[in-house]
Write a protein that binds this ligand. Sequence first.
Ligand SMILES: [Zn+2]
Length: 229
Amino acid sequence: MRIVLIRRLQRLFFFISLLLSAGVVYLAAQSVGASLSRSVELPIFITPTPEWDTVALISGHAGFDSGAVCGEDASPTLQEVDVVARIAELVGGRLADMGMAVLLLDEYDPRLTNLDTDLLLSLHADSCIPVSGYKATYPANSAIPETEERLVACIDVHYAAQTGLAFHPNSITHNMTHYHAFRKVLPSTPTAILEMGFLGGDKQLLVEEPERVATGIVESILCFLYGRE
Ligand SMILES: [Zn+2]
Protein backbone atom coordinates (compact mmCIF):
# COMPACT_ATOMS: atom_id res chain seq x y z
CA MET A 1 0.00 0.00 0.00
CA ARG A 2 2.72 2.39 1.02
CA ILE A 3 4.78 1.44 -2.04
CA VAL A 4 1.83 2.17 -4.33
CA LEU A 5 1.37 5.55 -2.67
CA ILE A 6 5.03 6.36 -3.02
CA ARG A 7 4.97 5.42 -6.72
CA ARG A 8 1.91 7.59 -7.28
CA LEU A 9 3.62 10.44 -5.54
CA GLN A 10 6.74 9.83 -7.63
CA ARG A 11 4.63 9.90 -10.79
CA LEU A 12 2.89 13.05 -9.61
CA PHE A 13 6.20 14.78 -8.90
CA PHE A 14 7.48 13.57 -12.25
CA PHE A 15 4.56 15.19 -14.07
CA ILE A 16 4.85 18.34 -12.02
CA SER A 17 8.54 18.62 -12.81
CA LEU A 18 7.78 17.86 -16.46
CA LEU A 19 5.24 20.68 -16.51
CA LEU A 20 7.63 23.02 -14.73
CA SER A 21 10.49 22.32 -17.13
CA ALA A 22 8.11 22.70 -20.07
CA GLY A 23 7.12 26.06 -18.60
CA VAL A 24 10.76 27.06 -18.19
CA VAL A 25 11.52 26.06 -21.81
CA TYR A 26 8.45 27.99 -23.00
CA LEU A 27 9.46 31.13 -21.08
CA ALA A 28 13.05 30.88 -22.31
CA ALA A 29 11.84 30.52 -25.89
CA GLN A 30 9.58 33.51 -25.41
CA SER A 31 12.38 35.72 -24.15
CA VAL A 32 14.77 34.56 -26.87
CA GLY A 33 12.07 35.22 -29.46
CA ALA A 34 11.35 38.61 -27.98
CA SER A 35 15.00 39.62 -27.93
CA LEU A 36 15.40 38.32 -31.47
CA SER A 37 12.48 40.32 -32.76
CA ARG A 38 13.70 43.34 -30.79
CA SER A 39 17.15 43.11 -32.36
CA VAL A 40 15.52 42.87 -35.77
CA GLU A 41 13.40 45.93 -35.10
CA LEU A 42 16.28 48.06 -33.81
CA PRO A 43 17.75 49.40 -37.07
CA ILE A 44 14.33 50.26 -38.49
CA PHE A 45 13.94 53.87 -37.43
CA ILE A 46 11.66 55.49 -39.92
CA THR A 47 12.15 59.03 -38.69
CA PRO A 48 15.71 60.24 -39.28
CA THR A 49 17.30 61.87 -36.28
CA PRO A 50 19.40 65.03 -36.52
CA GLU A 51 22.60 63.38 -35.30
CA TRP A 52 22.85 61.65 -38.66
CA ASP A 53 23.01 64.92 -40.52
CA THR A 54 25.94 67.10 -41.41
CA VAL A 55 25.26 70.68 -42.38
CA ALA A 56 27.93 72.98 -43.81
CA LEU A 57 27.56 76.75 -43.65
CA ILE A 58 29.76 79.25 -45.44
CA SER A 59 30.16 82.38 -43.40
CA GLY A 60 30.28 84.75 -46.37
CA HIS A 61 33.66 86.43 -47.03
CA ALA A 62 35.19 84.90 -43.89
CA GLY A 63 38.94 84.51 -44.15
CA PHE A 64 38.97 86.39 -47.44
CA ASP A 65 37.66 89.98 -47.49
CA SER A 66 35.14 92.27 -45.83
CA GLY A 67 32.38 92.01 -48.44
CA ALA A 68 30.12 95.04 -48.62
CA VAL A 69 31.23 97.95 -46.42
CA CYS A 70 28.73 100.65 -45.44
CA GLY A 71 29.07 103.87 -43.50
CA GLU A 72 30.41 107.39 -43.68
CA ASP A 73 33.91 108.25 -42.50
CA ALA A 74 32.55 109.58 -39.23
CA SER A 75 30.24 106.71 -38.30
CA PRO A 76 31.37 103.20 -37.50
CA THR A 77 31.44 101.20 -40.70
CA LEU A 78 29.33 98.15 -41.19
CA GLN A 79 31.03 95.18 -42.79
CA GLU A 80 29.17 92.34 -44.42
CA VAL A 81 31.71 89.79 -43.17
CA ASP A 82 30.97 90.70 -39.52
CA VAL A 83 27.19 90.82 -39.87
CA VAL A 84 27.16 87.44 -41.61
CA ALA A 85 29.59 85.81 -39.15
CA ARG A 86 27.35 86.64 -36.21
CA ILE A 87 24.31 85.09 -37.85
CA ALA A 88 26.24 82.06 -39.17
CA GLU A 89 27.51 81.31 -35.66
CA LEU A 90 24.00 81.53 -34.24
CA VAL A 91 22.67 79.15 -36.89
CA GLY A 92 25.57 76.73 -36.43
CA GLY A 93 25.12 76.75 -32.67
CA ARG A 94 21.42 76.00 -32.88
CA LEU A 95 21.91 73.11 -35.32
CA ALA A 96 24.70 71.69 -33.16
CA ASP A 97 22.41 71.89 -30.12
CA MET A 98 19.94 69.72 -32.04
CA GLY A 99 22.64 67.10 -32.51
CA MET A 100 23.74 67.85 -36.05
CA ALA A 101 27.35 67.93 -37.12
CA VAL A 102 28.01 71.48 -38.27
CA LEU A 103 30.87 72.72 -40.43
CA LEU A 104 31.28 76.48 -40.29
CA LEU A 105 33.37 77.28 -43.34
CA ASP A 106 35.35 80.24 -44.62
CA GLU A 107 34.49 81.71 -48.01
CA TYR A 108 37.27 79.78 -49.76
CA ASP A 109 37.59 77.00 -47.23
CA PRO A 110 39.72 74.10 -48.51
CA ARG A 111 37.13 71.70 -47.08
CA LEU A 112 34.75 72.79 -49.85
CA THR A 113 36.59 70.56 -52.31
CA ASN A 114 34.48 67.42 -52.76
CA LEU A 115 32.43 68.37 -49.73
CA ASP A 116 29.97 65.57 -48.98
CA THR A 117 27.31 66.84 -46.58
CA ASP A 118 23.52 66.82 -46.35
CA LEU A 119 23.50 70.50 -47.12
CA LEU A 120 25.78 73.43 -47.90
CA LEU A 121 24.28 76.85 -47.41
CA SER A 122 26.33 79.97 -48.08
CA LEU A 123 25.27 83.04 -46.14
CA HIS A 124 25.79 86.56 -47.45
CA ALA A 125 24.25 89.98 -47.11
CA ASP A 126 23.63 92.38 -49.95
CA SER A 127 24.91 95.90 -50.57
CA CYS A 128 24.34 99.14 -48.66
CA ILE A 129 21.64 100.53 -50.93
CA PRO A 130 18.32 101.46 -49.28
CA VAL A 131 16.47 98.46 -50.67
CA SER A 132 14.85 95.53 -48.83
CA GLY A 133 14.56 91.83 -49.59
CA TYR A 134 16.33 88.49 -49.55
CA LYS A 135 17.19 86.14 -52.38
CA ALA A 136 18.22 82.52 -52.58
CA THR A 137 19.34 80.44 -55.49
CA TYR A 138 20.95 77.11 -56.32
CA PRO A 139 23.53 76.26 -59.00
CA ALA A 140 22.59 77.07 -62.59
CA ASN A 141 24.02 73.72 -63.69
CA SER A 142 22.64 71.69 -60.80
CA ALA A 143 22.98 67.91 -60.88
CA ILE A 144 20.05 67.60 -58.45
CA PRO A 145 17.70 70.44 -59.48
CA GLU A 146 14.59 68.99 -57.83
CA THR A 147 16.34 68.63 -54.49
CA GLU A 148 17.84 72.10 -54.64
CA GLU A 149 14.59 73.60 -55.81
CA ARG A 150 13.01 72.14 -52.66
CA LEU A 151 15.76 73.75 -50.58
CA VAL A 152 15.09 77.17 -52.06
CA ALA A 153 11.33 76.59 -51.68
CA CYS A 154 11.86 75.95 -47.95
CA ILE A 155 13.77 79.24 -47.70
CA ASP A 156 11.02 81.03 -49.60
CA VAL A 157 8.48 79.83 -47.04
CA HIS A 158 10.34 79.88 -43.71
CA TYR A 159 12.96 82.57 -44.11
CA ALA A 160 10.40 84.94 -45.56
CA ALA A 161 7.90 84.17 -42.78
CA GLN A 162 10.37 84.59 -39.91
CA THR A 163 12.08 87.72 -41.15
CA GLY A 164 9.12 89.37 -42.82
CA LEU A 165 11.35 90.04 -45.83
CA ALA A 166 10.07 89.72 -49.36
CA PHE A 167 11.93 87.91 -52.10
CA HIS A 168 13.88 90.52 -54.01
CA PRO A 169 13.41 89.69 -57.67
CA ASN A 170 15.58 90.52 -60.64
CA SER A 171 18.78 90.76 -58.66
CA ILE A 172 19.99 87.18 -58.71
CA THR A 173 23.30 87.61 -60.43
CA HIS A 174 25.56 85.35 -62.44
CA ASN A 175 27.85 85.45 -59.41
CA MET A 176 25.13 83.78 -57.39
CA THR A 177 24.05 81.06 -59.83
CA HIS A 178 27.70 80.34 -60.69
CA TYR A 179 28.95 80.75 -57.14
CA HIS A 180 32.46 79.37 -56.73
CA ALA A 181 31.55 76.84 -54.02
CA PHE A 182 28.91 75.23 -56.25
CA ARG A 183 31.67 73.93 -58.51
CA LYS A 184 33.77 72.52 -55.67
CA VAL A 185 31.42 70.35 -53.64
CA LEU A 186 30.31 66.87 -54.73
CA PRO A 187 27.41 67.15 -57.22
CA SER A 188 25.30 65.13 -54.75
CA THR A 189 25.65 67.75 -52.00
CA PRO A 190 22.59 70.05 -52.02
CA THR A 191 23.72 73.66 -52.10
CA ALA A 192 22.27 77.13 -52.16
CA ILE A 193 23.39 80.68 -51.52
CA LEU A 194 21.25 83.02 -49.45
CA GLU A 195 21.59 86.78 -49.53
CA MET A 196 19.87 87.40 -46.20
CA GLY A 197 18.92 91.00 -46.90
CA PHE A 198 20.43 94.35 -47.79
CA LEU A 199 22.86 95.97 -45.37
CA GLY A 200 21.22 99.22 -46.45
CA GLY A 201 17.45 98.69 -46.30
CA ASP A 202 17.49 95.70 -43.92
CA LYS A 203 20.16 96.96 -41.53
CA GLN A 204 17.78 96.96 -38.56
CA LEU A 205 16.92 93.29 -39.02
CA LEU A 206 20.41 92.03 -39.90
CA VAL A 207 22.27 93.95 -37.21
CA GLU A 208 19.74 94.31 -34.37
CA GLU A 209 17.80 91.06 -34.77
CA PRO A 210 20.32 88.37 -35.73
CA GLU A 211 18.42 85.79 -33.63
CA ARG A 212 15.35 86.27 -35.78
CA VAL A 213 17.38 85.92 -38.97
CA ALA A 214 19.00 82.76 -37.56
CA THR A 215 15.58 81.30 -36.72
CA GLY A 216 14.47 81.82 -40.31
CA ILE A 217 17.54 79.96 -41.56
CA VAL A 218 17.27 77.12 -39.04
CA GLU A 219 13.60 76.58 -39.90
CA SER A 220 14.42 76.57 -43.60
CA ILE A 221 17.06 73.90 -42.99
CA LEU A 222 14.70 71.76 -40.89
CA CYS A 223 12.09 72.07 -43.62
CA PHE A 224 14.59 70.84 -46.19
CA LEU A 225 16.10 68.00 -44.14
CA TYR A 226 12.93 66.65 -42.52
CA GLY A 227 10.15 68.02 -44.66
CA ARG A 228 8.80 70.08 -41.77
CA GLU A 229 6.10 72.40 -42.86
ZN1 LIG B 1 28.69 88.75 -49.98
